[in-house]
Ligand binder design. Sequence first.
Ligand code: GLA
Length: 404
Amino acid sequence: MNADFSDENGVDIGHEAVISKFKKRFNRNPDFVSIAPGRVNLIGGHVDYNSGIVLPIAVDRHTFIAGGKSDEADVLTVHSIRENESFVVDLSCPVSPTKVNWTNYVRGVVHGFLSRGIKLPGMEILIDSTIPSGSGLSSSASLEVATAGILEAVSGVVLKENEKPRLCQQAEHEFANVPCGIMDQFSVSFAKRGCMLLLDCCDESVEHVEFNHDQLALAVINSHVRHELSQGEYAIRRQRCESVSKTLGLESLRDLTWSMLEQSRGQLDDLSFLCAEHVVRENERTLNFVQYMKNSDWLQAGEMLYQSHASLREKFQVSCVELDGLVEFARELGPEGGVLGARMTGAGFGGSVIVLAEREKASNVVSKIVEDYNQIGATLARPRASGFVAEPTAGANVTRFIVG
Ligand code: GLA
């Protein structure tokens, strides 16, 4: 027996583990392993659903799914190691969401295949993950894209390039009830190792921009806070942006400029004005950040991150005290301590902050911020923060398990 796993993408941890867990559960070898990373968004917060410009990066935490065809037609058997739960899907009937949340990401993707007329064979799949859930690292998009990968591999049907992230986004909308943009599913699908992914959500064009790995590192600090309001508030932000576009007669806020916005002040209530201001300025900041990174002007790039955080906190109003606290602890360390900039990432109201750090000092930066925050947080009965230095990794891929 030999396992043909390419490691050209630098992904190995978890492969062997998911295979042996599959064997143990289903008493056979899997045919394929599908892998998808988590992601953080460096800058471009809450602009993807406004056809804006975002800069995500895939990080070295992954969903692993081992799977293979089974003898039982029309039955998909799914087991999750993290949830320690199994469920089955009848592939001969329309699939609907259930009350068991985590299963809906898988069900939604299966529904996407079936509703496109794709015939899926009976199969068994086992899911494992190293992405902390609820941390703002997009564990859900990663699960969706890894599921799409295993369904493609086992059925032999390959979706057209951009169809896969779109199908996964649709699963999130219809089965998880989150009206997300396209950023997460795109970055998880198409990221390149060592690169940031500059995505224009208007025409879905992508530029891979090198992350200067020799000098820089990205620290991810998880607040372990998850506010109940996050999902409802996300939908409210999206609606608010859409209603501003409608009021101003635009297709999306991407078409809005600062001078147009100033002239429309009288037509908008205060909150709507601030939201629109965030979107206009955030698109500019993303492009500026990329330029500063290309010019190796790390301090100016870091300044864009601080400004983005301040705008998400004050104008778009999606931060929370824990994220603000973590950003402040990072700022206090400053360039002497190896910190170049910091901001919240993901939808907000909890989850993680990212810190752009000097590579040599990055591990210290993580321990110092976590230590400082936890010392104060402990007295306020907040969850303890934790962090790691993330490596920019490749997007989703599937490997075939050859038995010979
Ligand atoms: C979540 C959504 C994304 C994006 C971010 C905010 O992660 O899934 O589509 O809107 O929030 O930038």
